[in-house]
Design a protein around this ligand. Structure first.
Ligand SMILES: Cc1ncc(COP(=O)(O)O)c(C=O)c1O
Length: 400
C-alpha cells in the first residue's frame, strides 16, 4: 500500500486511550486552531469594548469571506449560527405557514430537526408529511421518485439532509432541488455533515436555504455553523433571537447580516478562526482540501469493506452514495433489542467501556435494524477499523 501522508494524528490532541471512530457526531478541532481561538479570546478579554465595538465587525466579515470562498457562495448570502439545528429551526420559524400547509421531511432526517418541523408546523395548523425513502439498496432515481410522490399542492417546504445522520447516505440534491422547486416548493437543506466532507458549491446548488456545520468535518471549534439564504428570502428571515440588528442603521451592510451578527453578547471566537482554519488544513498536503476529502472517503470505503467482509454483512447502499461516514447493519442482538431513537444500544456502551472505542450505533425502523456508523478523519488509519472489527466479533459472539 502507498504511504499515507495524510495520516496526521499529530494535528490533534485526542485522548490516546480512546479509538475515535465517530468524528461525525461532534467533530474534533486541531490543536493549532484551538490555540488560535485561545489567542482571539485573550484579545477579547484584554479589551472587551475595543473588541466588540471596534474589531468584531471586520473580523466577522473576514470570516464570512473565507467561508464564502470555501463553500462557493457569496459572503453576502451567509450568516453565522451556532449549529445546524439552529439553522433549521431559524428557517422553519420564519415560514409564513397557514392551516393546511405541509412540510415534507424524510424518514432519514435528523430527529432534532424533524422535531422542529413538527413543532413549528403545529403552531400554525400546518402538518408534516414523512416520506419513507426506499432503503437499503436504494438508488438516486428511487429517492427522487419517492420525494416527488410525496409532494402535494399544499407542500410549502422540503427539509432534506445532504448526508443523512443515522444511515450516512449522500442525497442526490443536484437532481432533487430543481424538480421540487419547479413545483413551487422551497428547499431547506440540512447539510450538517457536508462542509469539509464533500466539495460544495452552494450558489450553484440553488437550495433556498442551506445550513451546515463548520465544527464537524471542517474541524472548526464547537458552535460554528452557517446559514445560506437565497437573496430573495433574506428580508423575510430573522434570527431566533431579536436584538439591535433590527433597527441599527444599515450602512454598507444588510439588515439580514446585521440581525444575525448580533444576537446578544456571546463568544464568537470560533467563527473568527475560520480564515486560519481553512488555510491551515488546506496546507496539510499539496492536494489541499480536495486531498483530505478524497483520502478520508477512500479510508471510509475501505473500512466499510473490511467490516462487511469480516462480519459477513452486505453494504446498505452503493459506494457512490457515501463520503467519509459509512454504515453497516449489524445482526440483531440475541440479548436485547432496542427500537427507539433515544434508547442506547448496550453494544455501544460495551465498545466504549470495555474496548475504548467510540462509534455511533442507532436503531433504524424501516426495515428494523441496528446501524453502526463509523467515520474516517486524518487521525484514523485502517488498523483502527481492524481493531473495531475484532471487538465486534467478540461482542456479537457474546450475544450483544
Ligand atoms: C443531519 C444532521 N443534522 C443536524 C445535526 C445536528 O448538528 P448540531 O448538533 O451541530 O446542530 C446532525 C448531527 O449529527 C446531523 O447529522
Amino acid at each position: 500500500m502507498a504511504k499515507d501522508d495524510l495520516y496526521r494524528p499529530d494535528l490533534w490532541s485526542l485522548d490516546p486511550g480512546v479509538l475515535h471512530l465517530n468524528h461525525g457526531s461532534f467533530g474534533a478541532c486541531p490543536s493549532q486552531i484551538l490555540e488560535k481561538q485561545a489567542e482571539l479570546r485573550r484579545q477579547m478579554e484584554s479589551n472587551t469594548l475595543g473588541f466588540f465595538e471596534q474589531d468584531l465587525p471586520e473580523l466577522l466579515d473576514k470570516a464570512r469571506e473565507a467561508l464564502g470562498s470555501f463553500l462557493k457562495a457569496p459572503a453576502s448570502d451567509l450568516v453565522f449560527v451556532d449549529n445546524a439545528t439552529t439553522g433549521v429551526s431559524t428557517v422553519l420559524a420564519n415560514l409564513d405557514l397557514s392551516a393546511g400547509d405541509r412540510i415534507l421531511v424524510t424518514d432519514h432526517g435528523y430527529n432534532a430537526c424533524s422535531n422542529a418541523a413538527h413543532y413549528f408546523a403545529s403552531r400554525t395548523g400546518a402538518r408534516v408529511d414523512v416520506v419513507n425513502l426506499r432503503f437499503p439498496n436504494s438508488d438516486a432515481d428511487e429517492f427522487i421518485d419517492d420525494i416527488l410522490g410525496a409532494c402535494t399542492p399544499r407542500t410549502r417546504l422540503l427539509l432534506i439532509d445532504h448526508i443523512t445522520s443515522p444511515t450516512a447516505l449522500i442525497m442526490p440534491l443536484e437532481a432533487i432541488i430543481p424538480v421540487v422547486q419547479q413545483r413551487g416548493i422551497q428547499v431547506l437543506v440540512d447539510g450538517a455533515h457536508a462542509p469539509g466532507m464533500l466539495p460544495l458549491s452552494l450558489a450553484e446548488l440553488g437550495a433556498d436555504y442551506y445550513t451546515g456545520n463548520c465544527h464537524k468535518w471542517m474541524c472548526a471549534p464547537k458552535g460554528t455553523a452557517f446559514l445560506y439564504v437565497r437573496p430573495e428570502h433574506q428580508s423575510k428571515l430573522h434570527p431566533l433571537t431579536i436584538s439591535h440588528g433590527m433597527n441599527r442603521p444599515v450602512g454598507d451592510s444588510t439588515r439580514f447580516r446585521l440581525e444575525f451578527d448580533w444576537i446578544g453578547t456571546r463568544d464568537l471566537t470560533g467563527f473568527l478562526t475560520l480564515p486560519t482554519l481553512i488555510g491551515y488544513l488546506d496546507g496539510v498536503s499539496s492536494h489541499g482540501w480536495g486531498g483530505i476529502m478524497a483520502r478520508n472517503r477512500a479510508l471510509a470505503v475501505e473500512a466499510r469493506d473490511l467490516i462487511g467482509q469480516e462480519l459477513g454483512l452486505e453494504p446498505p447502499c452503493p459506494v457512490d452514495m457515501i463520503g467519509s461516514l459509512v454504515t453497516v447493519c449489524l445482526p440483531k442482538a440475541k440479548r436485547t433489542t432496542f427500537t427507539d431513537y433515544h434508547a442506547v444500544d448496550p453494544l455501544k456502551e460495551v465498545l466504549r467501556h470495555s474496548h475504548g472505542i467510540e462509534v455511533s450505533l442507532s436503531a433504524w425502523p424501516s426495515p428494523a435494524g441496528r446501524y453502526l456508523r463509523v467515520s474516517a478523519q486524518l487521525y484514523n488509519a485502517l488498523s483502527h477499523y481492524q481493531q473495531l472489527t475484532k471487538a465486534l466479533q467478540l461482542e456479537l459472539g457474546r450475544g450483544h
